[in-house]
Design a protein around this ligand. Structure first.
Ligand code: PMP
Length: 366
């Protein structure tokens, strides 16, 4: 059950928001209870010390769940930080791009471009492949990874343009991946990555914390001074408690990870996400009023972007969506059209509800 209900509202809302995105209803209930009285302590989780045994247990459980769900090998550290994925655009080169060294980036869209911009502040940053020539509608395939670069940075899911790497890539140099919008949507071989980061607010929790999985032996080699808060070692040494961590986002992320584990983990997520994708993609291929914007083989299972073939129908379609309780379908302001974000917590019924509206629009057009 992932419908969004509150006490004053009876109609099911199908939440297709790109982020912050849908979370499981049972997580909301547990989180609401924790705000009122955390596990019978008589205190709200919001008014407890982050050094309390209760919160330390939350942090430890969140880290343990990440390790379990992703089968994280020895030698990697799991961190819960602040500053969003955008701060990782800075922390990654600060910690991994050596003074006088270079880094390689693949530009698959707006977020990848922002990561490139920050890396350039730290050193030579080569964009070795880009899909900008076709408005980021595909994932580049033909490129050579320079073996003398310190790392290769990719964005596994392009939230805005709706493309996604479907597999872990093979690389002769360490791979750094922004997985903000597809973290835990499928199994990942963590050993193929030097560093994975993800803002929580799409597939693993609310806004306010960023999860980082980092291979520890790659750190401390840049030859540069790193500001304390931007240094991964600071947070590793203090187990993400160097300063006050965002207790509530970490708690709700922990609950969401527990929910995922209880439902069958990333294998379950992958299967259901593919089912949802297939239902919607089939409709986009068969309904003449719609067309997907990303290349099929690279089309994101998380964020499916599409347009109406006749823009004049937009107002009517939007009114029908509203009537059916379908929310958050508007495309990103920079690209327009529509974007169905179908994160882990969304059940298949919500996608079926969307498809029904698309079919009803086609019927109305005769
Ligand atoms: N990377 C990707 C792929 C994203 O989708 C986003 C946010 N939409 C970001 C980075 C930036 O994340 P944040 O807002 O947490 O800084």
């Amino acid at each position: 059950m992932s419908q969004v209900l509150n006490p004053t509202q009876v109609k099911k809302i199908h939440n297709f928001s790109a982020g912050p995105g849908i979370l499981p209803q049972e997580v909301f209930k547990q989180a609401a209870q924790a705000v009122l009285n955390y596990e019978g302590t008589g205190l709200s989780l919001l008014e407890m010390s982050h050094r309390s045994k209760e919160f330390i247990a939350v942090m430890e459980k969140a880290v343990a769940l990440v390790k379990e769900l992703f089968n994280v090998p020895a030698g990697y550290q799991v961190l819960f930080l602040q500053g969003g994925a955008s701060t990782q655009f800075t922390m990654v080169p600060a910690n991994l791009l050596p003074v006088n060294g270079k880094a390689a980036y693949i530009n698959t869209g707006e977020w990848a471009g922002k990561a490139v911009k920050e890396a350039k502040l730290y050193g030579q940053t080569d964009v070795i492949a880009s899909s900008e020539d076709q408005n980021f509608s595909y994932i580049p395939k033909n490129y050579t990874i320079p073996t003398d670069a310190a790392y290769l940075h990719i964005t596994t899911n392009n939230t805005i343009f709706g493309t996604q790497y479907k597999q872990d890539i093979d690389s002769p140099i360490p791979v750094v991946a922004d997985m903000s919008s597809d973290i835990f949507s499928r199994p990942v071989d963590v050993s193929k990555y030097a560093l994975i980061y993800a803002g929580a607010q799409k597939n693993m929790g609310p806004a306010g914390t960023t999860m980082v999985i980092v291979k520890e032996d790659l750190l401390g080699k840049t030859g540069r001074q790193i500001p304390t808060m931007l240094n991964y070692k600071t947070h590793i040494d203090k187990e993400s408690m160097f300063n006050t961590p965002p207790v509530f986002p970490i708690y709700v992320s922990m609950l969401t990870l527990q929910w995922l584990k209880d439902n069958g983990g990333v294998a379950f997520a992958q299967k259901r996400n593919q089912e949802k994708f297939n239902i919607l993609y089939n409709e986009l291929e068969s309904n003449p009023l719609f067309k997907p914007t990303a290349k099929k083989e690279d089309c994101s299972v998380m964020n499916l972007t599409f347009v109406l073939t006749n823009e004049a129908l937009e107002e009517q379609f939007n009114a029908m969506l509203k009537e059916a309780g379908i929310s958050g379908l508007k495309g990103h302001r920079s690209v327009g059209g529509f974007r169905a974000s179908m994160y882990n917590a969304m059940d298949t019924d919500s996608v079926k509800a969307l498809v029904e509206v698309m079919q009803a629009l086609a019927t109305k057009q005769g």
